[in-house]
Write a protein that binds this ligand. Sequence first.
Ligand code: BTN
Length: 241
Amino acid sequence: MTTAAGWRLAIHEELASTQDVVLAAAEAGEPERLAVLARRQSAGRGTQGRAWSSPSGNLFLSLLLRPGGPARALPQWSLLAGVALADAAAAVLPPGAELRLKWPNDLLLGGAKCAGILCQGGVDTAGNIGWVVFGIGVNLAVAPALPDRLTATLAQPGALPPEPVAFAQSLMATIDLWRGRGLEAVRDAWLARGPMLDTPLLLRQGDTAREGCFAGLDQDGRLLLATPSGVVPVSAGELLG
Ligand code: BTN
């Protein structure tokens, strides 16, 4: 189906992973604005090589964009997905809900993870972004148990949980909105929804862990970590805690 906002949205009862379908389409030259949604996934993938629990009722969506521009801007596209997701989530929650982004773009509700994004990009031979795939998982109805953190859903007491296709359509429209506003506005919006400056952070990169404080985002959208030896830009890794 084609959505009101002009995305080509394919809806499946079950897929192994929407991400694998859209990655294959990206590699095969499919034009941008392809969206693939599955009602459930049998082999959903998260960041850091983890599995992503994918029961019916939650959102499993992968989106293909071809924004062009230099490869170093890839982290900014990841931030854009996070900001758009935070806005789409806010739209189904009561005003004042405690939504925050955790770098790179976990979405926390009341401090518990309610959504995550697996952002993957391909660079062409000229060093430009060939494609970006946002794999978005949102706990709309079910909060799967995670070993290392609290989880939450967007469902509100006494109300039906948000419906996945309607939520996906709102999210695609929000992504278009932020794309139109530009990457500088995205960075500012991420900062407004992210941690406070100077928040202590513990970053894991492979087998090493690094302590520091949040010092903002740089021009390319990388996390700035203030450490005793200076401010370090970070483009990969995971924040613990
Ligand atoms: C995370 O670990 O926080 C990111 C989770 C991303 C899950 C989504 S669900 C849709 C898409 N398909 C997948 O297999 N993974 C992503």
